[in-house]
Design a protein. Sequence first.
Length: 580
Amino acid sequence: MTATTTEAVAEQFWTRCRSCSSLLYLKRLRRNLDVCPECGDHQRLAAPDRIRQLVDPGTFAALPGEVAPVDPVEFVDSVSYPQRLVAARSDTNLAEAVLCGEARIDGYPLVLAVMDFRFLGGSLGAVVGELITRAAERALDRRLPLLLVTASGGARMQEGVLSLMQMATVSQAIAALREAGLLTISLITDPTYGGVAASFATNTDVVVVESGARMGFAGPRVIHQTIRQPLPEGFQTADFLLRHGQADMVVERWSLRGRLRPLLATASAVRPAPVPEDDRGTDVDDAVSPLGPGRAVLIRDPGQLAEPDGWRAVQAARNLDRPTTLDYLATAFDSFTELHGDRLAADCPAIVAGLARLGGQPLVVVGHQKGHHTKDLLARNFGMPTPAGYRKAQRVMRLAVQLGLPIVTLIDTPGAYPGIDAEKHGQAAAIADSILAMTGLPVPIVAVVTGEGGSGGALALGVADRVLMLQNAVYSVISPEGCAAILWNDPTATPRAARALRVTAPDLLRLGVADAVVPEPPQGAQSDPATAADLLRHAVVEALTPLLRMPAETLVRQRRLRFRRFGAGNGSVPPPVDPR
Ligand SMILES: [Zn+2]
């Protein structure tokens, strides 16, 4: 055997990792979903391989892929555009740079379009745009979610400005799906740049980035040539995108199916039609709730509650052992898929938001997140959100509206973050927008103050149809420390301020700001988190069940009346009482 034929035979069985240069046995690499077993590098996939990995075996049915090729500007560089197309076809065995079809993932049906970077750099031309648009139209016809798997250098220069127009063509097909209440997901794979990044890779509802993928508008070389500065480590990588609010999640290849599953499950959940107002029951017991079995736990009469001292109540509500929003999501709810990022610049760790499930009912949960120890408290900024947090909350609430899902908010914050950057990025406006948006969301909203309801930063998640408070939670216009400093000019007046502000659960019930109180275990939620979670679950079921059957316009009208009555002279606010 000559040296050349030995090499040729070796090439059939072995390859070198593009990242760590390890020599890899091809069969082993394929079994590992083309992820290097040595360094974890996610190698680029051809569209047929991607589809094979992603969808249930035997379920992919290709959409017709035959569209006559175009050469609108008769482009020629070193060779003519038609010659390039012929070469790309023979190299890839594909008609174009995208494969579209219907399939199932873990049994859930969807339409998907998968781009192939091998075909002229996955570039977006008129045929690619047409095929993806047809896939979106198929999803609209069949009322199925759409998954777009992107891998592209951008618009196809060889088709001149018509390739640029594809960004708009596909985007309006995405818009139609979103307007119709259907879920759109992009899965960004390496690399995704230019016109694809600046349209359907990022204007979907949920942006999933495959581990190791890079995405950006301008490529690193162009940026470097323009600004003539070194680019930061990890620039435009998946983790960079997550940190800067561009991605909902970064997922390793072997977890993709598992992470797409709950999104598709939510999209395919049947939404119960609202019943006419006359037929509405209000009792949790008189209907089978899609939320699962309920038990009446809510306390509406302040006389049934012990009257805690205001300052002690504040300290109890701040107890770091109390369950956090993520604790409740892991215990009181059946599942939770977290979504990240404000799609502008950042992901605020002090607010978590995503799709959850309670019984058979998918819903959206948004909440403040503190922590139990110094490390998580620092990582979560002590539960004090930045403007990015409120913008993420609004984005996920809009998704709830699009999919017709009820919203549950869990409130536990000392207040919105008072910082220089927060002010620069419009903290006041972010809170204001959140309050404004919540007054008009046409889906049921239940807010639960689980710990500290601190000021505007709390109300930004609190404009709800039903406002509940945990027994040991507090809700206040300002921290007692802040109040003591401003009105008493004396930090030792803090306990007095806490009492004067009337912040306890029975106070808030009397003031009508809370509709009901969620009981806690005798020694507080922190003493028995499992029971606390169970009580919270029943409380949410009890409060939400009657709302699920209300028409949207009734919900919004009653929510606005609820907050309208806090105006002076509207009868529900009791006269002031002397502070204890
Ligand atoms: Zn490697």
